[in-house]
Design a protein around this ligand. Sequence first.
Ligand SMILES: Nc1nc2c(ncn2[C@@H]2O[C@H](COP(=O)(O)OP(=O)(O)OP(=O)(O)O)[C@@H](O)[C@H]2O)c(=O)[nH]1
Length: 220
Amino acid sequence: MVVQVESRIRYSNKRMEANQTKVEANILLLGAENVGKSALTVRFLTRRFIGEYGSIDTIYSHHDKIDGRDICFNIWDSLCPQNAEEPGHISQRQLQWADGLILVYSICDRASFNVVRQQVQYIRQAQQKLSSSAPLIIVGNKRDLQHQRVVSSEEGRLLALSADCGFFEISAAEAYHGVLMVFHELLDLIREARTIKKGTAGFRGIVRSMSAVFGRKRTE
Ligand SMILES: Nc1nc2c(ncn2[C@@H]2O[C@H](COP(=O)(O)OP(=O)(O)OP(=O)(O)O)[C@@H](O)[C@H]2O)c(=O)[nH]1
């Protein structure tokens, strides 16, 4: 009886330890020039919209507590190179680094939407080669500029649906809440992707053990 209780306590302690471990997520922001990538990042980090942002490629680290868990967001606010029409400008290094990606366009800029469309296609193809399952969220920014809108919400939603991405329309200028939702949703998707990956590894492990027990050779 005592042994049973002790093992239960040990089990629940282990679960508590597991719940308290720090989660780290590398998030890459992509998109054309001037769509609000920095505005989105700064809004998330400081809750503020400051209007003008420097043009530098930067990785920020941000610690947060969500549902009692310590989270470390590493956010890469990437600069869009001049050859933005060429979807190949996303480097392998960026793709390998990222646990999740946010692709930003401006609802007032059709060309920026086309850049995101190209980038999504390029990333999905590259991910197949890299066996990566990093989740993507497409963000239509500058929702406050309704009178200048040239990309409809439906177009954004359809693109996201066709490429299995999350989708939000927000205004980094107007509100913090929408920006927060984007990062929290991406974190959820990253955690989901990690759980699935672990599950697959676990299944492979079971197959390997069974092969070992039954002495069958597996062709890898
Ligand atoms: N009205 C409005 N303006 C915005 C919004 N978000 C960003 N801006 C403005 O758009 C301009 C570009 O914003 P940035 O955050 O620098 O855009 P970026 O995508 O980081 O640009 P690059 O650094 O050139 O790649 C700035 O003048 C911002 O003030 C928004 O939600 N609404």
